[in-house]
Write a protein that binds this ligand. Structure first.
Ligand SMILES: Nc1ncnc2c1ncn2[C@@H]1O[C@H](COP(=O)(O)OP(=O)(O)O)[C@@H](O)[C@H]1O
Ligand SMILES: [Mg+2]
Length: 252
């Protein structure tokens, strides 16, 4: 059984078909990248997985359960986490205090009035672990609002990781970043995948980010699957080269 099974999903917005009959499976431990030019339907597809949009057609099965009609919150409960967007991060709080929120949720402590000293220590230990993993230790006590764009993104990603998700969803994690920050974000994602064994669906239009990261790639154009395969297969695909890689190279 695949962890995530997406079966023939479509999303119509009035007359516009933003995603059309897309099928893909994500295996436990896989990093699956969905790529495509702007307007290809990537974010729409992402929103159907996380539950923000209900597909017009098709079915989504997560961890053996049909989640097609479930709310985003119910999917989070089942172990699906998407990146916190920076708007959901408290800019006036430190990185450590932001991380404490999802850590306490994951430990079932969020709404408890009393905690044992042991529980508090456990929380702080877990925060330290996440800071280390996210390369944020040196910035732990700074307010998120003062951090570089890249470190803010790392904070968002680590807040999602703090939930101990079965599946981590990332929508264009390198959007708006320069080359160096793009590279360090890619390194963080690689570490989460290879060392923490997280299953990840990554939606991205920047080719540089995904070719060295993904186990498998799905290429979307105009809402439909153009091709699917390993990075080597996609790099060698005539269809993809014609529709997409060719453009990139010319503009590079
Ligand atoms: N909520 C919406 N209502 C109407 N049209 C939408 C909506 N969201 C996206 N679209 C349209 O669907 C198409 C795919 O958009 P999107 O999924 O954002 O693509 P991508 O993320 O690949 O750039 C675009 O033509 C976009 O204008
Ligand atoms: Mg998008």
């Amino acid at each position: 059984m695949s962890l995530l099974e997406i079966q023939n999903v479509s999303q119509h917005f009035g007359e516009l078909v933003a995603v059309k009959d897309v099928t893909l499976n994500v295996e436990q431990g896989e990093l699956h990248a969905v790529i495509g030019p702007n307007g290809a339907g990537k974010t729409t597809f992402f929103n159907m997985i996380s539950g923000f949009y209900k597909p017009t057609h098709g079915r989504i099965v997560f961890n053996g359960q049909d989640v097609t009609a479930l709310t985003p919150e119910a999917r989070v409960q089942m172990g699906m986490a998407r990146t916190f967007q920076i708007t959901e991060v408290f800019r006036e709080l430190t990185v450590r205090d932001n991380l404490r929120i999802p850590v306490e949720v994951a430990q079932g402590l969020r709404l408890r009035l009393y905690r044992t000293r042991q529980q508090t220590e456990q929380t702080e230990r877990r925060i330290d672990e996440l800071l280390e993993l996210g390369g944020l230790t040196d910035n732990a006590d700074r307010n998120v609002g003062e951090l570089s764009h890249g470190d803010q993104r790392s904070t968002e990603i680590m807040m999602a990781v703090a939930m101990k998700p079965k599946l981590l969803l990332l929508d264009e994690p390198a959007a708006g970043m320069g080359t160096r920050e793009t590279y360090s974000t890619a390194l963080l994602i690689r570490k989460l995948h290879r060392k923490q064994k997280l299953t990840i669906v990554l939606v991205e239009h920047d080719m540089r980010v995904i070719f060295n990261l993904a186990d498998r790639i799905t290429v979307l154009t105009e809402g439909e699957i153009l091709d699917q395969g390993t990075p080597d297969e996609i790099a060698a695909s005539e269809k993809v080269r014609t529709a997409y890689l060719g453009d990139e190279r010319e503009s590079a």
